[in-house]
Design a protein around this ligand. Structure first.
Ligand code: ADP
Ligand code: NI
Length: 222
């Protein structure tokens, strides 16, 4: 099958996977990740076919989205075989999907493919800035997490496992400290870093304003 047809097929395949999503991983997220990935690929002179394919498929086997990941992986392999993708391309796609996720920092350094690093940057761009903020609150709502708890101090990765936080629920605001504010220093590409910097500053202003408005019952307006 030619590359153009495979991409169109991939679009249709993931559209049905993500169309009902209310966790911040809807089909529009996939389309934005593809857009950013192709933009970065242009600067990095990377293979655009693998970049485009991996960006479309990047959330198709995610354990947060699909309870039965064994079936999700089986379906992906079946689809790749139907598309008659070479085993080299299949291996690269599988490698990217396995290691591009943040996974609490556990996947650091494991992603080897340039196409993968580009898709990872694109996914991280969509995790920060105004869209990143919106997705985080949608995720928190979907999984019934509070948006914020006044008494809870921000947890970062170093304190995540500390027993003092053991019984506290995760919150949307806490996710900024666990992950979102760390992403700008984890970008792989120069283009990715440039975009991340602006979105990072926007999140800092958002947090400042959020706390001001949140504390209105304690401090009064202004
Ligand atoms: P990755 O694929 O890098 O592991 P995730 O799928 O975990 O990323 O996260 C994607 C987005 O989902 C995050 O950027 C955030 O918006 C939202 N999200 C994930 N985990 C949480 C959480 N615990 N609380 C709030 N939002 C979250
Ligand atoms: Ni994603």
């Amino acid at each position: 099958m030619n590359k153009e047809k495979i991409i169109l097929n991939a679009e249709a395949y993931v559209r049905q996977l993500h169309q009902q999503d209310t966790t911040g991983h809807d089909f529009e997220h996939i389309l934005r990740v593809r857009f950013h990935a192709l933009d970065i690929a242009h600067y990095e002179k990377a293979d655009t076919f693998v970049v485009e394919l991996a960006s479309l498929l990047h959330d198709s086997v995610d354990k947060k989205l699909f309870k039965d990941t064994t079936t999700a992986w089986e379906q992906l392999y079946k689809w790749m075989n139907e598309m008659q993708l070479s085993s080299d391309i299949q291996d690269e796609i599988v490698h990217i999907l396995k290691f591009m996720s943040f996974n609490g920092g556990k996947n650091n350094g494991k992603l080897k493919s340039l196409a993968g690093k580009i898709v990872q940057d694109a996914d991280r761009i969509d995790a920060i800035g105004a869209i990143g903020i919106a997705r985080t609150f949608q995720y928190a709502g979907h999984f019934k997490e509070p948006m914020h708890i006044s008494t809870q101090k921000p947890r970062n990765l170093n304190t995540l496992n500390s027993s003092q936080y053991h019984d506290e629920p995760n919150t949307a605001i806490n996710h900024f400290y666990e992950k979102l504010l760390l992403l700008k220093d984890m970008m792989n590409t120069e283009r990715g870093k440039e975009i991340a910097q602006e979105r990072h500053s926007y999140m800092e202003s958002f947090l400042e304003q959020f706390y001001k408005e949140w504390d209105v019952t304690k401090n009064g307006e202004g």
